[in-house]
Design a protein around this ligand. Structure first.
Ligand code: BES
Ligand code: ZN
Ligand code: ZN
Length: 495
């Protein structure tokens, strides 16, 4: 969908529908009064019936019968003014975009009230674009031709003056850029395992880097062997596909900038390995690279927005397969950091590959490191699909993550990482083991990672619940959500 900003009078605008946002507690805004006058009191007469009360996620279509240029006016409920939040705006924008698309409209126009806040406008742009997202790459035949023809092609914001237009333009642009990064993450995550191998993920990263002016380095298997990424290689050794290690770098102009690293788990398919998963729902493990997808999506946005922070994107990627050469429960490997790990369960592979990635990242002397990983089923039992589990070693960094989560509604909830939990990852034969003691599974994952995230402030986000399976949102589908892109970008911008 194309989003443009124009100046002008909505009564003269050629479009399939004029959308008028209506507050529940103050229905008579200026736009409504103008529209009502043009329609000779028909809107007021309609409102008097009480059919439409301005509640969020409700709308009413009125036909203008030639009274203005557009054939329809659609009243869009916003709820009470005091209760409007950026998230409410997102939900309303997503609802409206989907609703007007399903009606078969091709173009809609929204006159922006002058009191529209910047963050609300950005939220509306993001959600309108994200709500129309579909993943249809592998469909050669349509399920429903009528539905296919329905595509909302144009959203126009109408403003009062050229000055207003020049103020809103960069906000729309940033909303679009962030939505695109989120949709890139969704596309990658939705891609089946046979269409997105570690090699293909690395190629994609190189494409993104080239298009956005980021630096990109990819380590192939031979390089990983040479450099000693032994835990990443250990997970990869049961698969016919080669692993990859991807580093993306964004460096702002000038000197003295802080460095932030974003680290993503990129298991392109997780069978569990020799500790094989059960068949039910295993297809969902194509999404087990959603952390990597979020990092790549965020790096694309960062490449465009050019914030004043140096940002390093780090992705460790491999399949987790049960081939005859696969690692076995009880195997001991020496990680990149030199610490030895007893692999008690080959299905706890995410923390293994992240161990090497986190240890590698220390060389950048980062001022903060955030890792994102679909690490544990336990986080779904704990927080559902509503919030990611957040655990870390630095309160200031955790605060930054929480602030960004609040603003973007990509929610996090902190779980403790007290030393008392360290006992759980002790091994009889190696420095650590990879499954904990069977309690507090999400924290056990983080405790393990903590052993390798040394020398910098660090926060781990367990996104196994939020990366897909989200229900009830107007702008997030139940498949891949793209969780993390908006949060990471917000955090970097506010750094
Ligand atoms: N990728 C899974 C975690 C997962 C499970 C994500 C369900 C989304 C939905 C991860 O690699 C895994 O299998 N973790 C194990 C760890 C256990 C063996 C300690 C888990 O959660 O069961
Ligand atoms: Zn696993
Ligand atoms: Zn996994």
């Amino acid at each position: 969908m194309k989003i443009t900003i124009e100046t002008g009078d909505f009564r003269q605008t050629e479009t399939d529908a004029i959308l008028i946002p209506i507050l529940e507690d103050d229905m008579h805004n200026e736009l409504l009064l103008i529209a009502d006058a043009a329609l000779e009191g028909r809107i007021q007469a309609f409102l008097n019936l009480g059919d439409f009360k301005g509640k969020p996620k409700t709308s009413s279509v009125l036909y203008t019968n030639g009274a203005i240029k557009a054939p329809r006016i659609i009243l869009i409920g916003l709820g009470n003014y005091a209760e409007i939040t950026a998230e409410k705006v997102r939900q309303v924008a997503g609802y409206t975009a989907r609703q007007t698309r399903d009606m078969g409209l091709k173009s809609i126009t929204v006159p922006l009230p002058p009191e529209t806040q910047d963050d609300w406008a950005q939220a509306a742009v993001e959600a309108a674009l994200l709500s129309l997202y579909e993943f249809k790459e592998h469909k050669t035949q349509s399920d429903d031709k009528d539905e296919d023809n329905k595509s909302l092609g144009a959203l126009t914001f109408l403003v009062g003056s050229e000055v207003e237009k020049s103020l809103i333009e960069p906000i729309v642009e940033r909303g679009r850029t962030i939505a695109n990064g989120t949709m890139l993450a969704r596309d990658l995550s939705n891609q089946p395992g046979n269409h997105l191998t570690p090699t293909q993920l690395a190629e994609k990263a190189q494409e993104v880097a080239e298009a956005t002016g980021l630096n990109c380095t990819v380590f192939d298997k031979a390089t990983l062997e040479e450099k000693g990424f032994r835990t990443l290689l250990a997970v990869a050794q049961g698969s016919a596909e080669e692993p990859r290690f991807i580093i993306l770098e964004y460096t702002p102009e000038g000197e003295g900038h802080d460095t932030v690293a974003l680290v993503g788990k990129g298991i392109t398919f997780d069978t569990g390995g020799i500790s094989l998963k059960s068949g039910k729902g295993m297809d969902e493990m194509k999404h087990d690279m959603s952390g990597a997808a979020a990092v790549l999506g965020a790096m694309q946005v960062i490449g465009h927005l050019k914030p004043n922070v140096r940002v390093i994107g780090v992705i460790a990627t491999t399949e987790n397969m049960p081939g005859s050469t696969a690692i076995k429960p009880g195997d001991v490997v020496t990680s990149y950091s030199g610490k030895t790990i007893e692999i008690m369960n080959t299905d706890a592979e995410g923390r293994l590959i992240l161990a090497d990635a986190l240890a590698w990242t220390a060389q950048y002397q980062p001022n903060g490191v955030i890792d994102l990983a679909t690490l544990t089923g336990a986080v779904i039992a704990c927080l559902g699909h509503i919030a990611a589990g957040a655990m870390g070693t630095d309160d200031t960094l955790m605060e930054k993550v929480k602030n960004a989560a609040e603003k973007t509604h990509e929610r996090v909830w902190e779980l403790p990482l007290w030393e008392d939990y360290d006992e759980g990852v002790k091994s009889k034969v190696a420095d650590v083991q990879n499954i904990g003691d069977g309690t507090a599974g999400t924290i056990a994952g983080a405790v393990f990672l903590k052993k390798f995230a040394e020398g910098y402030p660090w926060v781990h986000l367990d996104i196994a619940g939020t990366a897909w399976g989200v229900k009830g949102s107007t702008y997030i589908p139940e498949t891949a959500s793209g969780y993390g892109v908006r949060l990471l970008v917000q955090m970097i911008e506010d750094w």
